[in-house]
Design a protein around this ligand. Structure first.
Ligand SMILES: [Ca+2]
Ligand SMILES: [Ca+2]
Length: 195
């Protein structure tokens, strides 16, 4: 008959500890750990998507403003050398004179009330590739010593009045689709005096 001792030798204890550590190291994730990992990674991914979407929106908005500024500059170029009064009627009429068209507009107030969609370039030619944009132009008289006059939707100075100065305003709008309501992208106004 053989007897075995219940007391392990120091060598056996060391091997047992190593096996226990290896088993501990090789165990899988608990459900709680897996859930926490999923939440943390998911939150990070959602944040990245949100940031990417926000950056894309901002870039698109900045691009539209840049295009809008260019379209305002086109109108400024169109009107840069126009006379204050029509050369033929000498200011008897505010707005485009009879028989005039875009290419023959020859004074500042000829552009009052015009909308261009597609917008026009500095040579008064349509920019067909920008047909979602619209240039809206208004020309109203202002007092030379009160340049902030006549800014409301209801005019306090009639267009038939001569004040020696007008305010030209250009508003650029953009439609995200054919059926969408136009949104204002940018606008700019300047004063033209009769000098
Ligand atoms: Ca004219
Ligand atoms: Ca005119």
């Amino acid at each position: 008959m053989y007897w075995t001792s219940g007391v392990m030798s120091p060598g056996q204890t060391c091997i047992s500890d190593r096996l226990a550590k290896r088993a501990k190291a090789c165990r899988g994730f608990t459900l709680l750990e897996a859930s926490l990992t999923t939440i943390i990674v998911g939150t990070g991914v959602l944040s990245m998507i949100g940031l990417f979407t926000h950056c894309t929106t901002q870039n698109r908005h900045a691009a539209r403003i840049t295009t809008g500024m260019m379209l305002i500059h086109n109108i400024q170029e169109c009107m840069a050398n126009l006379s204050f009064f029509d050369p033929q009627t000498a200011g008897d009429h505010f707005g485009a004179e009879s028989g005039e068209s875009l290419q023959s507009y020859d004074d500042v107030d000829d552009f009052d009330g015009l909308n261009f969609s597609p917008p026009i370039d500095a040579l008064r030619e349509p920019c067909d590739e920008l047909d979602r944009y619209t240039q809206t132009i208004s020309v109203v008289p202002v007092y030379g010593n009160g340049l902030s006059s006549n800014t409301g939707t209801v005019l306090t100075i009639p267009k038939t009045a001569y004040t020696g100065a007008v305010r030209v305003r250009v508003v650029i709008t953009y439609r995200v689709s054919e059926a969408a309501i136009p949104e204002v992208v940018t606008q700019q106004s300047w004063i033209r005096v009769n000098n």
